[in-house]
Design a protein. Sequence first.
Lengths: 123, 1155
Amino acid sequence: LIDDIRRSLATLGHELGGSRFEVALPGERTQTLELVERDGVARLSTVVASAGAASRSGVGPMQLLFHNRYTELVQFGMDGRGRWIAETVLPAGAKPAEIEVYVSALAHAADRLEQVVSGKDVY
Amino acid sequence: MMQRVSIDTAGELLDFSAGGRGPVSGQAAQEQLAGAVAVHNILADEGVAYLADEVGMGKTYVALGAMALLRHFQPEARVLVLAPRENIQKKWLKELRNFVGGNVRFPDLRVKAVHEAPARSPVFCGRLQELVHETILDPDRDFFARMTSFSLSLGKDTESWKRARDEILKHLPWVDHRLFDLRSRDRFKENIGRALNAALPRFDLVIVDEGHNLKHGLGSGTSTRNQLMSLAFGHPDGCDDFRAWPTYGPRAERVLFLSATPLEDDFRHLWNQLDVFGKAGPFEALLDHASPAVQRDCARRFLIRRVFALHLDGDRLTKNLYRREWRQGGVERHDNPIEVVDPKQQLVVALVQKKVSELLGHEKFNNSFQVGMLASFESFLQTAGVASGEEVTVFDDAEQAIDVAERQGLDVHAVNSMAADYRRRFGQELPHPKMDAMVERLAHAFVTGEKSLIFVRRVASVSELKRKLNERYDAWIIEYLRGALKPELLPDFERAVGAYASHRLAGVRQRDGDSSGELIAEEDGDLHDTGGNDSFFAWFFRGQSPVPGLLSGGQFALRFNSAGAMLGTFFEDNHVAAVLGVPPGGVTEELSRVTGLPAQDVTGSLQESAGRRLPTVRKQQRGTVFLAYQAAALALLVERADAETADRARIVLEERFGDIPEHEANAAAPALDQRLETRTFWTELRRRDALRDALWGADAPIGSREQFRELELRRELLSSMARLGHPLIDLYSSAVNATGTLTMGRASEDSEVDDTRLIEAYLDTLDLQRIEGTAWTGFSELKAAADHFDMILMTNEPEVRRAPLGQASRLFGRLLRAQEPVGGMSGQVNETLVRQFRMPGYPLVLVTTELLKEGEDLHTFCANVVHYGIAWMPSATEQRIGRIDRVSSLSERRLLGDGTAAPDRKLQVFYPYLRDTVERVQVERVMRRQHEFLRLLHEGFGSVRAERTVNLAREAGRAADPLMPVLEPLTTAYPVVPDMLAAEPRKLAVGPDRATRLHGRFGALELELNARLGPIEWEPAQPPGALIGTRPLESRVQPFTLLLRSTGGAPLVRCVSPVGFYPGLSEWAEELLRMATRRGVRVCATADTRLASYNLSVEGDVLIDEDGVHDAERVASLVERVTSAADEVERLLFDVDQGITTFRATLRTEGDVDR
């Protein structure tokens, strides 16, 4: 599964360094995504904010629960290190064009929140 | 990358005639399409466009068309609409839904979703903070904000400044709070603008409605609003500290301005508007005053303006030709002045002139005044706002006045003092000949039903005109009722008239004014109308108990209002009779015949079935039992009748009674008796062919859901009008004449009153009015609504077409509540009054300040506009007239209907003034300015130079100089040229059959998911575009819904599984987020401030692919993940296992949630 997706990503012009690749976004910003497999499910994952930046947010982790009601294809959550992360689950039989929809949705949503929360472009 | 589109391609997606149901058709629809394509292509080339079509040509729709074309080819495009104020913001939301529903040909998943709604949820932002909050939550929706939000009116209290700052900065924790030092408020506001910039996403298109509001640009002394807006959207000169604001930059990729009056004086106004968004750079030539042609050509690069014309009898009539201006000041006879014949009035005019001249003669004023700023031209009523010391409220449009003294009205004190003196000496109001002439003219409305829109400048004029008109209305209605009621009822009626007079007198003494009554919220969320004493109609026909022992019109109207009321079935229909095609009296027998059941079996079966459809209460209401039997009989027909009858019954049952829940354990209903034989207003209307055809349409058998819904909506609308508006007067008099008494009768809930006498009496009255067809009557109001039903729904209540039929009565009731014969508005828009003015009937006259000059459509039933208080700026005059000069206006319908331009069929524009006063000079000055304005806009040359200040010394003795109106058809200097429509051939991104295929595949998921996940308990009746089910999980259950949606043009299925309300969610937030990450789902919360709690759900979505091969596998995996995770959250936070009964209602409406 992962190998199929890796090939699709290459077809789409995404250069994977290990399991990671960078997506270019408007305003000369970028977002680094990681392809992972968990419980037999392929996902794309990215970091939105470090634990430090997240802790400075005026709204706190509740903000992610609110965001989740509105996002499409992307879920915001937290990892074991207290970082805010965003992920998307890639479905069975995803074709390159579909994978690109997931890649774009995840990169845009994560970068937008990163920009607002930290004012930076770290991830 | 935005690419041009051709008109052919655009026409494959957009239909501006809305399949023939829209307000425009033929050539007009084609011109709107061309406008949308031209705007789109100009935006693609220049990054900025200005749509300056004349008022009322549908600029909003053209803009929505351009936006749709952008979105179709660039589905990820972000759009923000900036409206000038709240009522126009709401109008945009309404128009967006109308446009997507009616003018986008098919669900392309980009503009129009598979469930026919906008593919991107529209978001209403009432404040800047909301815009920030909402765009951070999800920037990929369509946002509707308003310009006034950028004014940042923070007041003197520093706490409000801090609150505004903190509300924005809580989302931007990295911003240094020291940048917001309150010792420099200018700097503070600037940094609020930069913080907004940091929070806002980059919009691909910003639409600025009524863009002329920004015409003063960013120069010194211009408004905070413009400055703040320019910073928020990243004006290139707006940031000098990129360390503090590292993300500062442009937020508006393209900007579309809309206004019928894009400039006031010269081309600088255009440049200024572009500059607010940092888009003026390429258009410096607009500032080249030495070369008018260069300026005009520069504007032509991005501005288009079309001139509206009616084609009548071979003539092309532009606005100057289909409008009839009353320039000589008179209001009764065209081209005649107001005649002041009463010597007392002549003396008053002379006295006021003398006083005003003396006042202006003071050295402070130098014999001069600003046009529009003398209060005495309008009224002599005491103005409360002057003495308050607060923001002056004499005039309701601060922008029109240059300084505070002018805004107060130079002559207000002198006029107040003179009026008070007159009242003391003579015990009467100081006569005002202009106002009296105006009232005389407007009072014709109570006989003709002709509506008028009156613009005043002075706030006090609203209440004064309204009061005088209401007095005239009272005289009319009391006389009307004296003629309509039987002689033996008149003594009681005169008691009511006397009580009203005393009540008004007491009200005037207590409050020195009228009372408009109140709408008091009741437990069920509806509003209870207390009437008030503004007019006899409000007091008697809306008020509840004005005279002890007498049945008021208001009390009578309540008898129709609910199922428990005495006349609760009066305006219902007997649907079973209609389905069976028999009149009441033969229904039960025909039911027995059609179902093949003996009569006693029918009765028994219906009694049980109706019982299940009744609410579980001790005492059943008469109307509720009637409806339950209707539903029961229809269900029996569905089960046992022939296919054709069963189909008709099914349509009615599902559409009309689909939302009535069944309670299996209920006892049987009260006995059937004659309930299926009930006669109602509508069953009896069916039997009167001519009246039925006039009010309700043909009596064809039910053929389709659409046809049935249409008839039902018409029935509900006309029923609401009959019990809440002018037709109630005849309904009431029919009733009391039929019963022979005005005294209160028994109104117990189980009253078996025979409604038939009243029904027949009321129908007789309507029929007589139809035949006589002279004066304006209840019949003519209902007929006008019937004739223009589609237009009324589209402009006033578009949602009702999508809502369950059971809600129609409530929606129309809200629309038509608390009607007034004469409406007045200042300070704040009264949306109910505005919506009612768009309908036939009350209010017949709407008096307003500049509040309503922009945005609202008031053209549907009004062809008279009165500049009672004249506006200085031509754009303001044009905007005012534009409220009633719009596509499909009453005047347009009249002219096209007649086929000739008879003067009295034209749109009437009044400029009332007294000829022998200085007001004449003022009006001439305004006319001259309008003439220059017309030349600038239509020929593209010149500038508007007429001075606003009138110097009496210079004007004294000068002969009248009535400027003749332009009599040639107008042309435009800014047409849509072929180059704007040129584009390479291009296919639509999505064809019309895709959504159909998706619907089929989505419906097939029920069976496929059962096969993959085990038996899911699906709901028997699913809402459109949704599948609601319950998934068993070992010993527990988890309800969920699947929704067919799209993102960026790609179809997806969303799964939502509800968990419930949980107040202390924040302490669990981190754990829930980690769990969500582990399981690959979204744990979602929305705050419910009413319950001080959070509504929790677990959600996820998945794309479904083009060929559908993986649909079942993908959706099954999604449902498995989401429901398992939801169950885990439920176990974590709650002790119980809640099933579908808890969540059914919310899951059924989940598809309607704008997100």
